[in-house]
Design a protein around this ligand. Structure first.
Ligand code: CTP
Ligand code: MG
Length: 230
């Protein structure tokens, strides 16, 4: 169990202002088992019982008005990159620098609540914060112009997921100093790493997929279906 005092210091941010270029459509509204994908993500985030859930949407997308769970969130307008969107949420908040933000991609509907709670419990005594991740199981090649340059040592490699939970002040400063528009910043931890911090790694599960391409929708649907079956 995570105590109420800690939950009261955690703000959840769900960036969902992407355009879904690789999906070919804004994937947050794609139907997964009879509900929009974002419904599944928000359902988990709202169950946590944190102080607030901030949902970041695009200024030219009012799809959230059709999704009842979005009404339980505070809506903030996002920016051109994921980092811009997260920064927009951070600048809209008034909390202490050492309070927590837990950022979770709208596009990860299959995260397990027990993994989120494990992340919160493991990271809450850390000065910076940490992220859910899984050890790499594949053999990973570094490739230049279609030819293998070398094989990376996978014992050192982890695949970063979300949620990622950080101290509010450090994340905001890092994103602001790195320049949120930089396209290399594809997760929140990257901004902290560039600023010289070392977030903790917490092992999650590989079924916390980020829905990116059309075939991922089927996978997400099967994962959620399997989990809800008796
Ligand atoms: N996101 C965001 N604001 C942006 C870009 C992305 O809030 N300017 C969000 C997405 O909505 C998604 C999460 O960040 O929930 C992870 O991004 P990604 O999977 O890359 O989604 P998209 O950017 O929508 O997809 P693509 O890169 O294929 O366009
Ligand atoms: Mg993207």
């Amino acid at each position: 169990m995570i105590d109420e005092a800690l939950l009261a210091r955690i703000t959840v941010i769900v960036p969902a202002a992407g355009k879904g270029v690789r999906m070919g459509a804004r994937k947050q509204w794609a139907q997964v088992n009879g509900q929009p994908l974002l419904h599944h993500t928000l359902s988990s985030m709202l169950q946590l019982g944190a102080r607030e859930v901030v949902l970041v949407v695009s200024a030219d997308d009012d799809g959230y008005k059709q999704v009842p769970l979005c009404q339980a969130c505070r809506i903030v307008l996002g920016g051109a990159t994921r980092a811009d969107s997260v920064l927009a949420a951070l600048t809209s908040m008034q909390v202490d620098r050492t309070d927590w933000v837990l950022v979770h991609d709208g596009a990860r509907p299959c995260v397990r609540l027990e993994d989120i709670r494990h992340l919160i419990a493991t990271v809450s005594d850390h000065e910076v914060g940490g992220i859910l991740a899984t050890p790499i199981v594949e053999t990973v090649k570094q490739v230049v112009h279609g030819e293998i340059e070398r094989t990376l040592d996978r014992r050192l490699l982890w695949a970063a997921q979300t949620p990622q939970m950080f101290r509010y002040g450090l994340l905001r400063d890092s994103l602001e100093s790195v320049g949120a528009s930089t396209s290399e910043i594809t997760d929140d931890a990257s901004a902290l790493e560039i600023a010289g911090f070392h977030p903790r790694i917490v092992e999650g599960h590989s079924d916390n997929i980020k829905v990116t391409t059309p075939e991922d929708l089927l996978l997400a649907s099967r994962i959620l279906e399997y989990r809800s079956s008796p």
